[in-house]
Ligand binder design. Structure first.
Ligand code: FAD
Ligand code: SF4
Ligand code: SF4
Length: 497
């Protein structure tokens, strides 16, 4: 069984039942019950949304059955980190290297196995460019070096529209992108953090924060154990449950979009070249939803179907896995992208996750005894793997400085906010617009956009540092200026207006 309901606590509010994309849970005699455990894809929706902490995902996807054994905990540390994603682990690594006593608490039972299907395209924002070689990847700007071999050069980022319309975007030589296995990335990062002295505790869910007057003074683990810390780092991802408890104004209400995602994973047996494709349009027949799909090709092939809605509740009638199965069978565009790669092949794993695309971000990431980092504060739902690591490193450096002064006040920790720049917010806004396209644009407009995109002879996606991106953008404008003049409305759309 993957999910458990604590019947004593359950009030029968039904939130988990309405949130679940797999129709695993039902209400019986005023309590939630697990009716179809075999369908659970480990999206954590029920656990994250249950208002009284009665729903709990006890086992995530295959390979995670046994919890990783943790070292003895102790009851206090300098830095308590909530979440072992890229941001939390990078913060832990940075602080531990400086000699601080760091504990990381992660609710998943093991490191880097069957993590959420949250992609592994590494596109380097300015100043964070990775170097690849010698059996690993390093980020000189972040002082992080990881030993891992599951790396594949990403040759293409493509947009696929209705009727197979297509706009390719070769990834330029001067600003390469890489597809990594996200599990392998997190495993390597966890090993580095541990080697630096951080203590990692998997299967350890944080349920509350310790208070020291107005300040945050540590974390409370499931079962009630209290761990005191001089500073707490909330790096729990887009749900931002602990960040909200710490008092940060993370918006989840009106204006927010919610996405439900289901992902089928295949072995890349055919050795297809590294790539990322987005498929837009003609997806309404898979549940009548505003939807898009994404295909990531790395060491494995991940095919994802994403439903967008204005409510946190699952919006479609059937379990989401049935729609992706139909999509895999019926959508011809997929076959054109991956000839032979997924046809007639059994799905290795089906997994899922949820995300929130908010309409505002948190501009102040510091509080008394606490900082928030990674996907907790952004409005686009995703900061990205490399920027999340960079956010963790930046916060780590601010914490080290605060420790030197033995001062973890909000004012001293406010240095975390200098991570937010105009460039970063611009990139996040572009990401948000791209993701919301199927929610904001009608099928007819989508067809027009793709009819136009197909004619463009330069990629619409831009990578690299500031100078590289400016050069690419200029070239793109010059080559297509006459088209923008002829079709001003589409020109505005293509330029993100
Ligand atoms: C579908 C999808 C595809 C993506 N594709 C890409 C991509 O190709 N390239 C890219 O750069 N980025 C991609 N991203 C974005 C990227 O995954 C995130 O920006 C990044 O993982 C954020 O890192 P984080 O450390 O802030 O949070 P997370 O990676 O979400 O880590 C948070 C961790 O906290 C744990 N946690 C949560 N609550 C608790 C609790 N109460 N107690 C203990 N532990 C807790 C979670 O289990 C999780 O492990 C994608 C995201 C999604 C959703
Ligand atoms: S959300 Fe929680 S309290 Fe509500 S029905 Fe589900 S388990 Fe019970
Ligand atoms: S699919 Fe998601 S919401 Fe449904 S039971 Fe599993 S973890 Fe909970």
């Amino acid at each position: 069984m993957l999910v458990e309901i604590d019947a004593q606590r359950c009030t029968g509010c039904g939130v988990c039942v309405r949130v679940c994309p797999q129709k695993v849970l039902y209400l019986r005699d005023g309590k939630a019950v697990v009716k179809h455990p075999e369908r659970c894809i480990g999206c954590f929706g029920c656990e994250d949304e249950c208002p009284v902490g009665a729903a709990r995902v006890v086992r995530a996807p295959r390979g995670m059955e046994t919890p990783e054994v943790s070292a003895p905990r102790g009851s206090a540390c300098d830095v308590a980190v909530i979440g072992a994603g890229p941001s939390g682990l990078a913060a832990a690594l940075t602080c531990a290297r400086a000699g601080l006593d760091v504990m990381v608490f992660e609710r998943l039972p093991r490191r880097g196995i069957g993590h959420h299907p949250d992609g592994g395209l590494l596109v380097a924002p300015p100043g964070m460019e990775p170097r690849v070689g010698d059996g690993g990847i390093s980020f000189p700007g972040l002082d992080i070096s990881l030993r891992m071999d599951a790396l594949r050069r990403c040759a293409e980022v493509g947009l696929v529209g209705p009727d197979g319309m297509r706009s390719g975007s070769r990834v330029p030589e001067e600003a390469p992108a890489w597809v990594v296995d996200k599990d392998a990335l997190l495993r390597a990062l966890a090993e580095e953090a541990q080697a630096a002295g951080a203590r990692l505790f998997y299967g350890s869910r944080v349920t509350d924060l310790v208070r020291r007057g107005e300040a945050v003074g540590g974390v409370v683990l499931e079962g009630g154990e209290r761990i005191r810390s001089r500073v707490t780092v909330c790096a729990e991802g887009v749900g931002a449950g602990m960040s909200i408890k710490a008092g940060f104004p993370v918006r989840r209400g009106p204006g927010a979009w919610h996405s439900h995602l289901v992902c089928a994973v295949f072995d890349n047996r055919e050795g297809a070249a590294g790539a990322l494709y987005y498929i837009n349009g003609q997806l309404d027949r898979f549940g009548g939803q505003q939807a898009f799909a994404a295909v990531g090709v790395g060491e494995r092939v991940q095919v994802m179907l994403i439903f967008l809605s204005r409510t946190r509740f699952y919006p479609a009638g059937e379990p989401m896995s049935s729609y992706i199965e139909r999509f895999l069978r019926e959508d011809k565009r997929l076959g054109n992208l991956l000839p032979g790669a997924v046809a007639d092949r059994p799905v290795e794993t089906i997994t899922g996750c949820r995300s929130i695309i908010r309409d505002s971000w948190v501009g102040d990431m510091s509080g008394d005894g606490v900082v928030i980092i990674g996907d907790t504060w952004v409005h686009s739902g995703e900061l990205g793997n490399v920027p999340s690591m960079a956010n963790g490193v930046h916060a780590g450096r601010v914490i080290i400085e605060a420790a030197r002064h033995n001062d973890f006040s909000r004012q001293r920790l406010a240095g975390v906010n200098t991570f937010i720049s105009k460039n970063l917010l611009g990139a996040l806004q572009a990401n948000r617009n791209a993701k919301l396209l199927p929610g904001l644009v009608s099928e007819e407009d989508m067809r027009m956009i793709f009819a136009f995109l197909e004619k463009l002879d330069y990629p619409l996606l831009f990578f690299g540092n500031d100078a590289q991106r400016r050069r690419m953008f200029l070239r793109f404008l010059l080559r297509n200026l006459h088209r923008f003049i002829l079709h001003p409305r589409l020109g505005r759309l293509a330029l993100g207006g």
